[in-house]
Ligand binder design. Sequence first.
Ligand SMILES: CC(C)(COP(=O)(O)OP(=O)(O)OC[C@H]1O[C@@H](n2cnc3c(N)ncnc32)[C@H](O)[C@@H]1OP(=O)(O)O)[C@@H](O)C(=O)NCCC(=O)NCCS
Length: 196
Amino acid sequence: MEPCRIRRALPADLGDILSIEDDSFDPAIRESPDTFRERMEVFPAGFVILETPEGSAGYLCSELWDLSGPPTPSDFALGHSARDRHSPRGRTLYVSSYGIRKAFRGRGLGRALFRDFLERAPADFPFDEILLLVSRTWSEARRIYEAEGFRQVLTVPGFFRFSDGSSADGEVLRRPRVRDSTGTPSAPMMKDKELP
Ligand SMILES: CC(C)(COP(=O)(O)OP(=O)(O)OC[C@H]1O[C@@H](n2cnc3c(N)ncnc32)[C@H](O)[C@@H]1OP(=O)(O)O)[C@@H](O)C(=O)NCCC(=O)NCCS
């Protein structure tokens, strides 16, 4: 794989993030520029860009949630306010969005970004578990999550409503921060990675 690195996202990255978002999601479920700006302001350590020699290839953003029990459907809403939801002392890392530009897919970069973010995150902030929400129809993303040891803990019926009128259930996946002993230990895949 070509040398690449992950680094914190900056306001100047917003244009790239939006074009990756356009490449990655149906128009009806894309996040707004304000949502991304807010996420960067509220939890900068949880918002990263994957840079390659050919330019920005992907992004991943996240929040810390303070959950008092297992997640419920009401915990999930598209475009929810990170400012309202993020809790610096929360112990649940919620990966709110993640995508790779189409031209860069199929080279292992998506898996590398996801894995490397989760590997280095504990050095930046503490958390006990990771949650995310995926559509049943997003098979590439699901392959990554399953291989990384995530298991489904909740279904949110009809959560995703697409622009062609179709809908799909949201599947909430969870993994403890440290994978159980049956998981294959993961190794860093980036040749060069750093956060400022
Ligand atoms: C999910 C995503 C980030 C993966 O990025 P990527 O760089 O293509 O991923 P990788 O190259 O690391 O490949 C990951 C897996 O997807 C599979 N894959 C990649 N491209 C594929 C394709 N065109 N068709 C089928 N499978 C494909 C790979 O085979 C690999 O699985 P494997 O290693 O078990 O064989 C990317 O597809 C994407 O941005 N999708 C749209 C947004 C999205 O779904 N985000 C997740 C929201 S929860």
